[in-house]
Design a protein around this ligand. Structure first.
Ligand code: C2E
Ligand code: MG
Ligand code: MG
Length: 634
């Protein structure tokens, strides 16, 4: 009779029940990771139960029938093997590998598992791993197979983790993956040294907890506010179903979400979002519901469902208010249907299409034809190729600088210029900044782009001694993102020094967007002014311009946006002259943009503008053309 020690295994079981309680309380995304983890928890529970009962039964062999001992011990060994294999399976799932992608390696790697299972199963008929005789339970000749199988999968796990470690992006996830396998290894060693402690299950439980904390917790895939799946969940689901997606999605957005949110306030709006999620969950239980931030939802389900009906139902539902005890919201929605049943190349592609379609749906609402058709794909292709051109230009330092002259209003002499960035597509055609600047801002490349323009301008000034032929300044545009960088001054200063250019030759243009955080802006300008940089306010009158806000602003020049220049030139009124007058009192010089005709030039000069810029004088020119046209001395 073996004196089994149950002091580890029983508390382990109780802890396992708690984890399961948490796990089952929340909705779980049906992806491989979660399915495998669920299987681990269940099998872990079974192993513990069989372990306890089998060891108990082994001691009671004298009074229990032999078949019961065989059944309990076999069940234990089977569950034990399954668990070992599942830990391996979850390791390769974390590494985003598919065992069966290559049939041969899939077969070789799963062979030990199936062979071991078969050996245990044969044990029902004749003793293999163990046998029962009149003296009770004994280890059989094949008992080491259990350990061989266990160590085989641990070894393969370690090798695979090492080989594919780059596939796990986050460091803590990498550490967790290694740790839970080390825990399993330690546990198996303990099992050999202290066989009566039944302690291996505790180590497996520890491994499951590590897995729960890093990968298994259903909350990672949930949006807290409404318990719908989140955007990470959507990406995981789409990634996993790449190449065999038999689903469609109805995506919809609350139109003008940010404005609506401001009107109703965030508390009411969150309730609204929860109400919509609940509606989706109770009406489409066979679908998965995702909340994709910013008032955007996605219902994902099988292709065979009647998607037109779902769309109609949702459209009707949005005609009614969303009401609860303390909220009542009237919301408008835009819809888009996205068909993934014909396959797709990557999750990025699908997510981008969702983004493009919802933008359209937001803008056009019910007028919008809801099918994601070739247009959406074409849009997507266009975005991708634009992004490629932009990154290519930045990486290869091929961002071009064009110069547009700025003339003194009275003398009509060219005294300065504005540097405007250009890039080219794969055919060599010019792409305008309105297309690539926002993209560079979104993709975190704007700093590099801006610095390249700045450096090329410095080089131009240094090489051509611009001041000698009357070009006193060149304006360079700064994106608000670039402007907010705390080390901007330092970086520009070092470039300027490298080219031996004086900082006051470069005027930095910023727009009112940079003025949202006024204190921050003033601080940044003050710091850079100490190094003699000059600032110009661009596009005045485009946004919600506010004269009084400018009072303290340290600009040397304000550029009137072409919209208000054109407005004034079409219908003269009192406002623009008064504005110019006020600016002059504040000691700002003024530039009028978008001057296209002689008449406009005259009107803006009469109003009191100091500088003029526009097609009348010249469109933006490549540097060489600019030199040919305006560099008057050699
Ligand atoms: P912006 O700074 O207001 O530049 C003036 C824009 O007006 C330029 O457009 C210019 O070509 C255009 N323009 C000039 N005169 C006329 C005219 O008489 N009529 C009309 N219809 N348009 C005129 P562009 O080059 O397409 O640049 C657009 C915007 O892109 C710029 O507006 C600026 O905000 C931004 N941008 C350009 N280069 C850069 C850069 O290097 N960095 C950053 N952050 N933004 C840049
Ligand atoms: Mg500008
Ligand atoms: Mg402008």
């Amino acid at each position: 009779m073996v004196n089994w020690d149950y002091s580890y295994i029983i508390p382990s079981f109780m802890i396992l029940i708690i984890i399961m309680g948490y796990y089952f309380a929340l909705p779980r995304l049906p992806i491989r990771m979660n399915k495998t983890y669920l299987a681990i928890l269940i099998v872990e529970g079974m192993v513990i139960i069989f372990d306890v009962f089998a060891s108990w039964a082994d001691n009671m062999y004298a009074v229990l029938p032999a078949w019961l001992l065989v059944v309990l011990n076999s069940a234990f060994f089977l569950a034990f093997l399954v668990r070992a294999y599942l830990f391996f399976e979850i390791t390769i799932t974390i590494l985003r590998l598919n065992l069966w992608k290559n049939k041969l390696s899939g077969f070789i790697l799963s062979l030990p598992y199936f062979v071991s299972l078969s050996i245990v199963l044969i044990g029902f008929f004749r003793g293999t791993v163990f046998y029962i005789d009149e003296n009770g339970y004994h280890q059989g000749a094949f008992y080491p197979v259990i350990y061989l199988c266990l160590y085989f999968y641990l070894a393969v796990s370690f090798v695979t983790i090492y080989k594919y470690r780059h596939k796990i992006r986050r460091r803590n996830e990498r550490v967790s993956t290694v740790s839970f396998n080390i825990i399993l290894l330690l546990g198996s060693i303990f099992r050999i040294i202290f066989p009566t402690l039944l302690i291996y299950d505790t180590f497996c439980l520890m491994a499951s907890i590590v897995l729960y904390l890093s990968f298994g917790n259903p909350e990672y895939y949930l949006e807290r506010r409404n318990m719908a799946f989140n955007s990470k969940a959507l990406r995981s689901y789409i990634e996993e179903n790449e190449g065999r997606g038999r689903f469609k999605m109805l995506a919809f957005c609350i139109r003008d979400y940010h404005d609506v949110r401001e009107i109703y306030g965030s508390t009411q709006m969150n309730q609204g979002i929860a109400m919509i999620s609940n509606f989706l969950k109770s009406n489409y239980p066979e679908c998965l519901e995702f909340y994709y931030q910013g008032g955007r939802f996605i219902i994902l389900g099988d292709v065979t469902m009647n998607w037109e009906d779902i769309h109609e139902e949702m459209r009707h539902r949005f005609m009614l208010p969303w009401k609860s005890d303390d909220a009542e919201l009237y919301l408008e929605a835009g819809f888009a249907l996205i068909d993934c049943s014909k396959g797709y190349n990557s999750a990025d592609e699908v997510l981008n299409i969702i983004g493009v379609m919802l933008e359209k749906a937001d803008a056009l609402g019910s007028d919008f034809n809801i099918l994601a058709d070739e247009n959406a794909l074409a849009d997507f292709e266009e975005r991708i190729s634009l992004k490629r051109s932009m990154e290519n230009a930045i990486d290869k330092r091929e961002v071009e600088v064009f110069l547009q002259p700025i003339v003194a209003a009275k003398s009509r002499k060219v005294v300065g210029a504005e540097a405007l960035a250009r890039i080219r597509d794969s055919e060599g055609d010019i792409i305008p900044p309105s297309a690539f600047i926002p993209l560079a801002e979104k993709n975190g490349r704007i700093n590099q782009l801006g610095e390249q323009v700045f450096e090329k301008v410095c080089q131009f000034i240094a090489e051509n001694e611009t001041e000698k032929w009357g070009l006193f300044f060149i304006n360079v545009n700064l994106s608000p993102i670039q402007f907010m960088r705390s080390d901007l001054g330092k970086r520009f200063l070092s470039t300027i020094k490298a080219y031996g250019v004086s900082p006051d030759k470069i005027h930095l243009e910023i727009t009112e967007e940079a003025m949202i955080d006024e204190q921050q802006m003033e601080k940044q300008i003050q710091i850079m002014q100490r190094d003699d940089f000059k600032f110009v306010l661009d596009d005045y009158g485009k946004g919600y311009s506010n004269l009084t806000r400018l009072k303290k602003s340290p600009f040397i020049n304000v550029k009137l946006d072409m919209e208000i220049v054109w407005d004034y030139c079409n219908h003269e009124d009192e406002i623009l002259p008064m504005m110019v007058e006020a600016f002059k009192r504040m000691n700002f010089e003024i530039t009028a943009e978008g001057i296209e005709t002689e008449e406009m030039a005259r009107k803006m000069t009469d109003v009191g503008c100091d500088y003029l810029q526009g097609m009348l004088f010249s469109s933006p020119l490549p540097l060489d053309d600019f030199l040919k046209k305006y560099k008057t001395i050699e």
